[in-house]
Design a protein around this ligand. Structure first.
Ligand code: P6P
Length: 333
């Protein structure tokens, strides 16, 4: 129970003091991301009355149409990261290539999806920003290398998301549990809501796009059929909740429990969600909160990345929910 108001900045400083030898750079980076989130939140929440709605006309690296707010969010985050002076390279869903920054001595590499779920913007469904932070491995006096970006998800220094919903929330982890903050727009501060989120061990909730069922692996088909059977003892049938915005679906899963699934399907044989700026950051948060995040074989965070925009199948949520799925994947493949 939080018995007095703590701002994001205050919490970050306190957390930094728990890290021996912390230089304050990660704290500064998290504060810069928090500022960009406030600016994006202001525009998302008033998009309905400005000209930011609708398509920007361009397409991103995946051939998806880009909306004005996507571009705005992308620009805000890029300038916040560039201004920090501690980021040497960044990769955005909206940019084909990785972006090296003049301050190439910066300690961190940042992946981000500036406005995930943006297809929901025009219908006023919540969308989110996702970020994933790595320490670079190459010598800091040299320009950052692509190998600095191709690190496994279990090497992340920090990961988080901003959910622009009925309220704007920032949720992040630096590897010492998961904390959440709610934006108080009247004072422009993210206020601490929960300093140690733990995902429930089980909940009969599942989140998947049933429209793709014909292309799922057999093990997934058998699992989904199993959880729809009637058996009160095992709380079946489960309830289906699917918003179609990963940050929203996983924020609900983090707080209520259950399982989120995006398996391979006919149009996405390697899965649809991007490993580096969707699966890894969200998976890191779920695992830090006590859940599981797998790609159908093992932890998605152990995947050795081959390219910055690659996709991966992903199944994540409450431990018992994911373990039950794993039984079916082992039995049916
Ligand atoms: P589908 C949004 O476009 C997104 O990248 C994620 O936010 C979301 O989980 C997924 O795609 C939804 O995909 O195929 O169900 O529309």
């Amino acid at each position: 129970m939080i018995n007095h108001l703590i701002t994001l900045e205050e919490f970050i400083i306190r957390s930094q003091n728990r890290f021996d030898g912390a230089t304050g750079e990660l704290s500064q980076l998290l504060r810069d991301i928090g500022l960009a989130a406030k600016i994006v939140s202001r525009e998302v929440n008033k998009a309905g009355i400005t000209n930011l709605l609708g398509r920007h006309g361009s397409e991103n690296v995946h051939g998806e149409s880009v909306k004005e707010l996507d571009v705005f969010a992308d620009e805000q985050i890029k300038s916040a990261l560039a201004r920090s002076g501690i980021v040497s390279m960044m990769i955005s869903e909206e940019s084909n290539e990785l972006i090296r920054l003049e301050s190439s001595s910066g300690k961190y590499i940042v992946f981000f999806d500036p406005l995930d779920g943006s297809s929901n913007i025009d219908v006023n469904v919540s969308v989110g920003t996702i970020f994933s932070i790595y320490s670079r491995k190459s010598p800091r006096e040299e320009p950052a290398r692509e190998s600095d970006a191709l690190q496994r998800g279990d090497s992340q220094s920090a990961a988080g998301y901003v959910l622009y919903g009925s309220s704007t929330m920032l949720v992040y982890t630096t590897g010492m549990g998961v904390s959440s903050f709610t934006l108080d727009p009247s004072i422009g501060e993210f206020m601490l809501s929960d300093d140690d989120i733990r995902i429930p061990d089980f909940n009969p909730l599942y989140s998947i796009n049933e429209g793709n069922a014909s292309g799922w692996p057999v093990g997934v088909k058998e699992y989904i059929s199993y959880i729809k059977q009637v058996d009160p003892e095992t709380m079946r049938p489960y309830s289906l909740r699917y918003i179609g915005s990963m940050v929203s679906d996983l924020h609900r899963t983090l707080l209520l429990g259950g399982i989120f699934l995006y398996p391979p399907n006919v149009s996405n044989p390697q899965g649809k969600l991007r490993l580096m700026y969707e699966c890894n950051p969200m998976g890191y948060i779920i695992e830090q909160a006590g859940g599981l995040a797998i790609d159908g074989k093992g932890s998605v965070l152990e995947t050795v990345p081959q390219s910055i925009h690659q996709t991966a199948p992903v199944y994540m949520g409450s431990r018992k929910n994911v373990e039950k799925l794993q039984e079916f994947l082992r039995r049916y493949g």
